[in-house]
Design a protein. Structure first.
Length: 308
């Protein structure tokens, strides 16, 4: 929907400067135009509004009550515009990087590594934006995107970070609570933690069971959670068994907070990807450095860690 009515914007800038300085001369110096130009722009605005903004005399100008009220609103609006413009411009330049990713990849994979990048590249500023359930990745305003992809977008440059390898995890205390069963069907028919249906791209328990030839397992209880980090926390708390994606849970497996109760692993054609817009022109050295560092950080192998 079009925003209206809007005044002539050049006249608005001239009026704000003249009202703030209470001088057409000072406004002209500030905007690097002639005094006559300021006078004409202010007159144009007054004609548009149908109200006088200033009381004019031979020596000075004074705001009318209407002009004062209008100035106060316009001044604040222009300050807000200047503030947000400054924030946008701050993240444009040789030493700035904007990375878009999901909450899950940010919290479980990227953020634990970022301190090393910051230590190595102290002069580069990094901004991380998180989005879940993005419909059109190419519309993201970022230098680099890190996302899980069943079908990587054809209109973007794609670098595979790591393949999808999915396996169950739970806490050691949870296995102790259910009596340390040894058969997959005895373990996996207990409480399963499900990622809510809103996360459509992520593999479901039913798909995993079918993929590892365990199609007839029916859980005794389920818990649905729509945030993967919270789902893993529930598993760590001993509330059930979760599906884990290799490389996202390495730290939990290495610390022993989570273990793999069965050896079954499902590998698919999906992967976690680094995505970049095609034909984006000049690429800052900071972005090249971050990409090279990130790819260097990839594990050499994924899959056999933390197996019970």
């Amino acid at each position: 929907m079009r925003i209206k009515p809007l005044p002539p914007l050049n006249s608005l800038i001239a009026f704000e400067s003249a009202a703030r300085n209470l001088s057409f001369t000072l406004a002209a110096e500030e905007l690097n135009v002639t005094q006559g130009a300021i006078s004409r722009q202010v007159k144009h605005l007054e004609e548009y509004l149908g109200k006088d903004m200033f009381l004019r005399s031979s020596r000075k100008i004074v705001l009318t009550p209407t002009g004062l009220e209008y100035y106060q609103s316009i001044n604040q609006s222009l300050l807000d515009i200047a503030l947000v413009t400054g924030k946008v411009k701050k993240w444009q330049g040789e030493q700035k990087i904007t990375v878009a990713t999901t909450n899950t990849m940010a919290s479980l994979w990227l953020l634990p590594k970022v301190a090393e990048f910051q230590n190595e590249y102290e002069n580069i500023d990094l901004r991380i934006l998180t989005f879940d359930n993005v419909i059109d990745l190419k519309r993201l305003d970022c230098d680099i995107a890190l996302f899980y992809c069943k079908n990587p977008p054809s209109n973007m440059e794609v670098s595979t970070l790591f393949p999808e390898e999915v396996f169950p995890v739970c806490s050691p205390s949870y296995l102790g609570k259910i009596g340390y069963p040894t058969k997959p069907e005895e373990i996996l028919n207990r409480t399963l933690l499900y990622l809510d249906d809103a996360q459509k791209d992520w593999l479901s328990w039913d798909e995993w069971f079918s993929g590892v030839d365990l199609p007839n397992i029916i859980p005794r209880n389920t818990m649905n959670i729509n945030n993967y980090s919270l789902l893993l926390q529930a598993a760590i708390n001993g509330q059930g068994i979760a599906l884990a994606w290799g490389s996202l849970v390495d730290d939990y497996l290495q610390s022993g907070a989570l273990i793999r109760p069965v050896e079954h692993v499902l590998s698919t054609s999906s992967s976690f990807c680094l995505l970049e817009a095609k034909n984006r022109g000049f690429i800052p050295n900071s972005v090249k450095a971050f990409k090279a560092w990130l790819l260097k950080e990839l594990p050499e192998e994924v899959g056999e860690k933390g197996l019970l």
